[in-house]
Every structure is written in C-alpha cells, then in structure tokens.
Design a protein around this ligand. Structure first.
Ligand SMILES: [Zn+2]
Ligand SMILES: [Zn+2]
Length: 301
C-alpha cells in the first residue's frame, strides 16, 4: 500500500482521490495503432490516472483484420497484448496500450450484431496486463451482394453512407481486389464494377468498413472500453498499491429459502491484483439473503 495516496473506498475498491497522485501520473504509454485511435483512448486515461498516451503507427494488420484477408490467430486479449508489444518495441516504453474489437452476431440473439471492444494496458515494470471491455449493439453494419447498375439507395441508407465508409470485394471465387475506405458514390460505383467483374457470380460484396477511423459508431464503443480501463486503473491494490484492482471472479451459491440447498446466484465478487496476486472477497448480497425457491433445482426442478 502507498500511504497517503489511498483516499476513498467505493464498493470496496480503493481509488486515488487525485489523478495527479496516481502511480501512472506523468508516465508515458505507447498506443499502438495503425488507424489513429489516440483521440478515443488517450483522454479517458489522462483524466482518470494522469497517464500521457502517445500514438505510434505500427502495422497491426499483420495480427488480423476485419475483412478476413488476414485471419486473427489468438484470442482478442492475446491479439491486443501482441499489438501493445509491437508499439512498446517501436518506442522502448515499458507501458503499452492497444485495443481490439470483435464484431459479429450476438451469441444469444444471432440477428443482432454486437461489437465487443477490449483495451489493454501492458506494464512491463510491474509485469501486469490490465484490461477494460465494453460490448454494445449500437454499431452500424450492413452487407449486400450487388451487381453493377443495381439501385443502392436502401443499402446506403442502412449503411449510413458516407458517414460510415464501405468495403467492396468480389462476392464469390476470389478475395481480390478488396477496396477499403470507400466514402463517395463515384468510388463505390467504380468498385462495384471492378469487384463484380472479378467475381465468379458477377456480384460485388459491399459491406461496412469496420476499421475504427471509417466507422464512427464503433469509435464510441472503443471510448467506452477505454473508460472502463481507466476506472480499473484508478483503483489501486490495497496490499501493494498497483493500479488495476478490481473484479477477477464471481462466487455463486445462495441458500434456498425453503430447503437451504445452494441456488446458482452470485453471492460475492472476488477483487484481485495482477501484480501481487492479493485477493479479497466482497459479498454482493446480505449474509442472511435467501434465494427464491422458484429458482431452486430441488424445490422447483
Ligand atoms: Zn497488489
Ligand atoms: Zn429449495
């Protein structure tokens, strides 16, 4: 613990009262980004913990792209850490930041497209990785197979074009050419002709360009994830003072009001520190809480 720096406790999380006294205050972290995300990720971190974020342009496409021309290999967390490390080796900083988005059908509602954004901070001095994530369906996505001469009005409205940019590629047979960052009708018309011609079925596949700088609805979700990371970093470990104290696990099991057997309901959260591995269990229900027998496997099988 760093005496004098821990001023308040909110829901069991120790937070610094003043970003200027945070361990990261005045430190510089490298944000690895091919498409400039500095304005989305830097401000929340600077406000919350006084961290200065500098962007470095590295080619993160080698770690996977949305257009699947290069498939992502690791999990989103592994990919984000690998990106952060690319930036750290480029600048020599021991603090690195990167983000990674996963956009696709919601596992429980397949017709809904969701975007889960993950922002990580890799700290090689403390040997820690702290992350924040945010999931939202407030992302504009559209996809359609079109032939040259087709009326595109409905598609362009659904795609919020040209505020959101588009990608064109052959609909079948070939993955090339891929035209990205299409932002005006002339480019779109030319790309449809070119990609339809290269396609074995005569159609071009038009879809939303999901790269952050081309997709404003995604930008807000990246910022929300950066806010989550900033809040987590603001919470300091009560044992060693490292940034990033927060929930690492949830414990289940509340006694049924009728029979007393355990019902699978959250009972407590486990807060933990990546640096020193200290953990504390924090109840999320009163000790005398009992579960509704309607949820009990024995009383209501
Ligand atoms: Zn600790
Ligand atoms: Zn019961």
């Amino acid at each position: 613990m760093l005496p004098g720096k821990l001023t308040t406790s909110i829901k069991g999380h120790r937070v610094t009262g003043d970003p200027a006294s945070h361990p990261y205050a005045g430190k510089t972290a490298t944000l690895a980004t091919k498409h400039d995300k500095l304005g989305l990720i830097g401000p929340p971190l600077e406000r919350a913990v006084g961290l200065q974020v500098e962007a470095v342009a590295v080619d993160t496409d080698s770690l996977g792209t949305f257009t699947s021309d290069i498939a992502r290999r690791g999990t989103p967390l592994e990919t984000a850490i690998a990106k952060a490390r690319l930036g750290m080796s480029a600048t020599g900083q021991t603090l690195g930041i990167a983000s990674e988005g996963s956009i696709g059908p919601d596992p429980t509602m397949p017709l809904v497209i969701t975007d889960r954004e993950l922002v990580v901070l890799v700290d090689d001095d403390r040997r820690t990785v702290v992350s924040g994530s945010y999931t939202s369906s407030d992302i504009v996505t559209a996809t359609a197979a079109v032939a040259p001469g087709n009326d595109l009005d409905a598609l362009l409205t659904a795609a919020d074009f040209p505020t959101h940019q588009l990608i064109a590629r052959p609909n079948a047979g070939s993955i090339h050419p891929i035209r990205k960052g299409i932002a005006n009708v002339e480019d779109l018309t030319a790309s449809v002709s070119e990609c339809a011609q290269a396609s074995s079925d005569g159609f071009a596949c038009i879809e939303t360009d999901l790269r952050a700088h081309a997709c404003p609805s995604r930008q807000a979700i990246i910022t929300a994830a950066a806010e989550r990371l900033a809040q987590r970093l603001a919470a300091l470990c009560p044992s060693c003072g490292s940034p990033g104290w927060g929930v690492v696990d949830v414990l289940f099991g509340i006694p049924c009001a009728w029979c007393g057997s355990e019902v699978r309901r959250p009972r407590a959260e486990v807060d933990g520190c990546e640096a020193c591995k200290h953990q504390e269990i924090r109840s999320v229900v009163a000790l005398e809480a009992r579960a509704d027998p309607a949820e009990c496997q024995i009383c209501n099988p």
